[in-house]
Write a protein that binds this ligand. Structure first.
Ligand SMILES: [Cu+2]
Length: 789
């Protein structure tokens, strides 16, 4: 094989703080002795402060960083002043960029920071720019018309194109040691590696490894994950990448470069090329330790689908907290909460940090500290029939809280009989709430069923002795601590509940008298699917996807792997008929900790997650959502999100038919904290060129409807289909409130439609729904909120 010489450096570093040498800063205004340049001096004791003497310059103020060169930027960090004063802490902000200092972009991100001393991060899609402007829109404590900053840094690096799904791929190597085969780089398991032959006389460098994708794909890069077992032997240093459509004739290098001698994932990007085989050639060993090469994982990076096919993402929105829980409110707002801290939880506290996103304006509220003697973290969630939100348990707590969106009030609720964390909730057809499981934290087991009955200002809890939690356990290696977590529960007719997982065994539950729990068979060939998703996307039809046999690694299980599998569980026959489970197509990507959201057209969007589920890591995070079509059973890969959404992430259908995705982390100062969200526009709202489709609108619809009633809805254009999608509350990838009820007009008069509301409270659980009208192409209107009771 001929020696290939590198021709250009093509290595791309992920997120790294850019060196600030030679940079300058100017501000909209500054006080004497507090110049803008202080944010670049690496001295946290010196600050920029807006002018305050005499008549202060009113907000907004801005400070603009000039890098004096063009760089790819993906974020900004803001360190508030570190002295005893907080005047000028930036609250609501907006960040724009410019290549010339004159013409400014629309904001690459907007958001709200909390009023404290902690360094704040703002993230956005990679943009090539010279100037970055931070505009302070409010002062975080509303103390006065001031802005200040101790330090500002910019985060550089290109966002890599999405990793292509590798199912069915093969890999060969120039040579390999026994037990270290080339195929180990494709198995999604970072603990298995390819290693070149080293016993006896090692094969000299260069070595090559060649993934075969099985078919031509449009690709634009390669990522290389070195081994992480403590040895560095074989870390690839200088490298070259070539491609081939037939595995025989090879291109010249599409990328060359040199990688650092560490365990971080490396990325090389190159001009898009349509090919089948990708060859990574290791020219040197990164530490010159010997004639070896090794690799834990290799991914090939594809191109982003066109917006009309793969949807598109808005600019990220910064939150002052990690949105670990999210609840859609009927006033077009999204309620989110974290734990005792905006970025951390503990075991004893009794308060919660809350922030609300106004979906009409994109503005996130200042964080509020809610004291209901209940740290609302790792809770159960249920939306009550009257629109209030029940939040129960968490951190081994019996406490419950009720939030009323009508007047934005928080009320201390009645104690549960059994403390719970990571339990599952569902509303019952009676308007009561059933809860089950939840041994995370106290490992106690026997987290048997209880029912909450609303009444008076709050309500009361009662145990169901006949609904034992031992029927819902997974085989988690960590035991009951994990095995009874996150139950997928769906209220059905007659106050009963269908338990769809995540254990492979499903169950029917009754809640009258002492209640009962009876096996409903296994979910076809599904294994336990902890941290997968279950979504009632149609009446009596539940889509389940992803998850893993363990919550995360726990001895003796190392490197537990998420599944790509998906199923439809059909319970339309009710409790007297067998449950029919059908396996549908696999996802392209294996995911645990993902979220799934049913859209008004019945398709289900699965977002985020990671192949190797491990709390507070983003390794192997899947940035590209997949859209499942119930008509075909197949998935389509969507455009990638900017930020990984893994453990503690959420996703919610919005009234405008778009999807909010946010959160992840809550691990204090860790790098996998994601106090942000991003809104996805599905392809049904986009023309092939990515422009917005003309959408129908609902001209009139009732605000309430009784079960079994007939309602009249008038729309702007012909809309042959309608759907009711229940408003939802989500945390820890569980959204049992979610259900979609398609409505076909019973009568049509021009664009006025007669719709029959289901009569069965087990079909249409009482509460607030989003009513969508869909035109013949399936483009949804903006929803009207309708309360069904
Ligand atoms: Cu948690």
């Amino acid at each position: 094989m001929p020696m290939i010489e590198p021709t250009a450096e093509a290595s791309v570093e992920r997120a790294a703080v850019l060196p600030r040498a030679g940079w300058t800063a100017i501000a909209s205004d500054q006080a004497p002795n507090y110049p803008a340049s202080n944010v670049l001096d690496a001295n946290t004791a010196t600050i920029w402060h807006s002018k305050y003497a005499g008549t202060p310059v009113p907000l907004p103020h801005s400070i603009t960083i000039d890098m004096h060169a063009t760089a790819s930027v993906t974020g900004l960090t803001y360190l508030p002043r570190q002295d005893k004063v907080s005047n000028g802490n930036v609250g609501r902000y907006s960040i724009s960029v410019s290549t010339n200092g004159t013409t400014w972009s629309t904001p690459v991100t907007t958001g709200t920071w909390g009023d404290d001393k902690v360094r704040k991060d703002a993230v956005f899609a990679a943009v090539s720019t010279r100037y970055v402007r931070l505009t302070a829109l409010t002062e975080a404590g509303n103390r006065g018309p001031w802005s200040s900053a101790a330090e500002i840094n910019l985060i550089g690096g290109a966002v890599a194109p999405p990793a292509l799904p590798r199912a069915g791929w093969k890999a060969t190597a120039s040579d390999q040691a026994s037990n270290y085969p080339a195929t180990a780089v494709l198995d999604g398991n970072a603990t298995t590696i390819w290693h070149s032959q080293y016993a006896g006389t090692p094969v000299p460098l260069p070595h090559s490894i060649t993934p075969d994708m099985g078919a031509n794909n449009s690709i634009a890069g390669l990522s290389y994950l070195p081994r992480s077992d403590g040895s560095k032997n074989g870390n690839i240093g200088r490298y070259s990448i070539s491609v081939s459509t037939d595995g025989i004739t090879w291109s010249g290098p599409v990328a060359t470069g040199a990688w650092a001698d560490d365990t971080s994932e490396k990325t090389a990007t190159f001009a898009e090329v349509n090919t089948r085989y990708v060859r990574l050639t290791a020219l040197t060993e990164a530490g010159n330790r010997g004639p070896w090469s090794s690799a834990a994982e290799i991914n090939v990076l594809g191109s982003v689908p066109a917006a009309g096919v793969g949807g598109k993402w808005d600019a990220p929105i910064g939150f002052p907290i990690v949105p670990v829980s999210a609840v859609l409110l009927p006033n077009n707002k999204l309620l989110t909460f974290a734990a005792v801290g905006p970025m951390h939880y503990d075991k004893m506290s009794t308060t919660t940090q809350v922030a609300i996103l106004d979906l009409a304006t994109g503005v996130v509220s200042r964080p509020a500290n809610i004291d209901t003697h209940h740290q609302m973290f790792c809770t159960g969630l249920a939306l009550l029939a009257d629109g209030r939100v029940l939040i129960n348990g968490g951190s081994s707590d019996s406490a419950t809280t009720i939030y009323d969106p009508a007047d934005n009030t928080w009320t201390r609720g009645p104690l549960m009989n059994i403390p719970r964390a990571y339990e599952g909730d569902t509303l019952l057809s009676s308007g009561q709430v059933f809860t089950l499981g939840g041994s995370w934290y106290d490992r106690a087991g026997h987290k048997n069923g209880e029912v909450f009955t609303p009444g008076g200002a709050t309500g009361s809890w009662a145990k169901l002795a006949g609904v034992t939690a031992d029927k819902i356990l997974t085989g988690d290696p960590a035991g009951v601590y994990r095995a009874d977590n996150h139950a997928w529960l769906f209220g059905v007719s007659g106050r009963a509940v269908f338990h769809a997982g995540p254990s492979k065994q499903m169950n029917w539950i009754t809640t009258t008298g002492a209640g009962s729990i009876t096996g409903a068979g296994d979910r076809a060939d599904s294994r336990d699917a902890m941290n997968g998703n279950a979504v009632m996307y149609d009446v009596g039809k539940i889509f389940t996807v992803g998850g893993a046999t363990a919550y995360q690694d726990y001895p003796p299980v190392a490197d537990v792997q998420a599944t790509r599998r998906a199923y439809v569980v059909d319970i339309t026959g009710g409790r007297t008929e067998p449950v029919v489970t059908t396996r549908v197509s696999d996802m392209a990507y294996a995911r645990s900790f993902a979220n799934s959201v049913v859209l008004p057209d019945g398709k289900v969007l699965t977002l985020g997650g990671q192949q190797h589920p491990q709390g507070f890591t983003d390794t192997g995070a899947v940035l590209s959502p997949e859209l499942w079509d119930p008509a075909t059973g197949n998935f389509t890969i969507m455009a990638p999100e900017v930020v990984p959404r893994t453990y503690h992430s959420v996703a919610v259908l919005l009234p405008d038919g778009r999807v909010f995705s946010g959160g992840g982390g809550l691990c204090d100062t860790c790098v996998t904290n994601h106090p942000s969200g991003q809104i996805f526009t599905p392809p049904y709202l986009l023309n092939p060129d990515g422009t917005a489709k003309t959408r129908p609108s609902i001209v009139s619809a009732p605000a309430t409807a009784a079960l079994g009633s007939t309602i009249t809805v008038t729309t702007s254009v012909a809309t042959p289909k309608f759907a009711l999608v229940r408003m939802t509350a989500v945390t820890h990838a569980v959204n049992n409130d979610q259900r979609r009820i398609p409505l076909i007009p019973a009568a049509t008069n021009g664009t006025t439609y007669t719709l029959n509301v289901p009569a069965d409270a087990g079909v249409a659980l009482p509460g607030n729904y989003l009513l969508f009208a869909l035109d013949a192409q399936g483009t949804p209107s903006i929803a009207e909120v309708i309360k069904i009771n």
